[in-house]
Every structure is written in structure tokens, then in C-alpha cells.
Design a protein around this ligand. Sequence first.
Ligand code: SAH
Length: 349
Amino acid sequence: MSRVDLLSLLPPELETLSRRLGEDRYRGRQLAAWLFKKGVYDLEAMSDLPREFRSRLGEEAFIGLPEVERITPSQDGSRKFVLRLADGARIQSVLMPDRDRLTLCLSTQVGCGFACAFCLTGTMGLDRNLTAAEIVGQLAAARLALPPESRVTHLVFMGMGEPLANYDATVRALRLFTHPGAFGYSPRRITVSTVGLVTGIQRLAKEDLKVNLAISLHATTDDVRGRLMPVNRSWALEDLLAACRRFPLPVRQRMTFEYVLLDGVNDSPEDARRLTLLLRRVRAKVNLIPFNDWERSEFRRPPLPRILAFQAILLEQGITATVRWSKGEDIGAACGQLKEPRLPKMASA
Ligand code: SAH
């Protein structure tokens, strides 16, 4: 039997594991407290667990913390973590301070298979899904790098990959983040962003997780969206918005629509007006993301007046619209700039 990664187990599952190893249930809760509350990832350091139990745990399980390969600080205070996983794959997460918030942007896949034309991660293709332990391991790794008094306050699934294309691991990670006996985050502090996978949105609607949902919309006609985002050929705007309208939003919560502004492509006043019409029957707010440049991309960021004019049209129609000036642009950590070169394949021994 292969060893299980303790970072992937919910507190009740840690209790069951403890029972199976001949210990009382509460040992599982102690274990959960070490892993998720105290941020201790070394069985030897878990001083209130019997030595015998720790050594049996060591035989049956492990703690697969991603290794921090480097941390790149940005001028704006954000930091990019390049993490190396057990099989050598590399992913990135980004820590972003903003007033009293500290947000961690998490990856869910190595690369991404959706090939949005404006996204650098999309040029990588998909290598593999992350496990739930590798998703929560990004928070564990960030915590270890932080001084004890600072705490990650918000989690966004907006790094490399498409969360809903790695559905089971994403949902398990969400349960680990929100379970009171695990990380214990309020679901209101967590946002899952999707390219617009209608089946995934419908499944998520039934999970009763109450996390925030963000939709990468980026265009107001199927023609333009289909050119920018190949996924639109499977799930067109009408299907996507129908799924959004049916998504059960908690009271006072709104769905976020992300809209990357591309010069001369989707940034006209007509686009802004069409966007207000599309969102008419959704409790929505719009996050405008001026395009973040990357080498060899065919797009440009619109001039500032055009960005503000687009925003103004939404505001006039009563739609909350903010402009997200991405963080970490100088270190390639902004929206759509995450990419890590693959390591050369090692010759098998
Ligand atoms: N796959 C998910 C999660 C990624 S979130 C999704 O598509 O939503 C990253 C956000 O940044 C997405 O809205 C994505 O479309 C946007 N983005 C991608 N490339 C970008 C770029 N070069 N400039 C600005 N935003 C970009």
C-alpha cells in the first residue's frame, strides 16, 4: 500500500487513521492541530504524540511539503514562490499584501490545458493535476516563510491551471481550508476562479462550500471569446451565464466576472455596454484586469483613458466595477504571467 500524504486528510480522516493505528480518535485531532493550526510538518516535533504512534505514522504516511526553490520579491511588496514538488515539477504561488489583507494566489495544475490566447501559462500546455496535498502545501510553504505574527487572510485559486478541471483535488483542498479542525478559513475569504467550465460550475453549486466564485469572462460576443478562449467553443456565453444565474449565491454575496482588457480587441464602449446587458440578471461585480504583458504576446494593454471609460460605462449602469492593477508584474507574478520552464527529463538509472 502506498503511503498517504497527511496534508490531504481531513480531521475526521486523521481520526480514522489514528484508530486504525491502534490509538484513540483524539490523537487524530492532535495531529490535525499540529499540521493545520500550528504549521508543524515534522512528525518528530509533535511532542504530545506517543513515540510509538509517530513511528507507525512514519511508516504509513508522510508529509509532502513542497520545497521552496526560490522566493522573488516584487517592488510592490508581493512575493513569488517557486515551489518544487516531489516529482520535480515546479509551480508558483504568489503572496500579495494589500492594506490589512495578505492574499495567497494558489496553483491547481502544473501548466494549463486551456490555451487562452492572452495567458502565458496557457502556452505551457498541461503537465499534470496537483493533488489536494500539493494545493494546501502551497499555504503550508508560505506560512513557513512568514514571520509568526503575519497570517495569510485570503486564498484565491488564480495561479497556474484551471481549478475546475482538477475538480476533486480542488474541492478536497477547499474542504481542508474551510474545515474548522483543519485550516479553518471562512469560505468568504476564498475565491475559486474558472475559465468557465459549465459542468464544473454546476457540480460546485451542489457542494455547499459557499466559497466565492470568479468567472473569467473576457469578451462579450461568442466570436471574440471563442478566439481568445478556446473553451468558449464547448461552453458558449449563453450556457455559461445560465450556469452563473443558477449558482446558489449566499445572501449579500456577488459573483465576480474577470475581464482582461486587451487593446483594440475587447475594450470598446460597445463591449462595455454589451457586458452590462450580459450581466443584467446575475448578482455580479466586475474586475477589470488591464492586460499584463509577456514576451512574444500579440496583445497590448489599452491606454489608461480607455480603461477608465470602460469602467465608467459599467458604473453608470449600476455595476460595481474595479480595476485590478495586478501585483508582481516586475517579477512575472501578475495574472497570466506564471510560467516555469520544465526541468530536463532525467535519464533513468
Ligand atoms: N484558470 C482559471 C484560474 C486562473 S486566474 C481562470 O481562467 O479563471 C488568472 C486570471 O488572470 C484569469 O482571469 C485569466 O484569464 C487572467 N489572465 C491571464 N493572462 C492574463 C494577462 N496576460 N493579463 C491579465 N490577466 C490575465
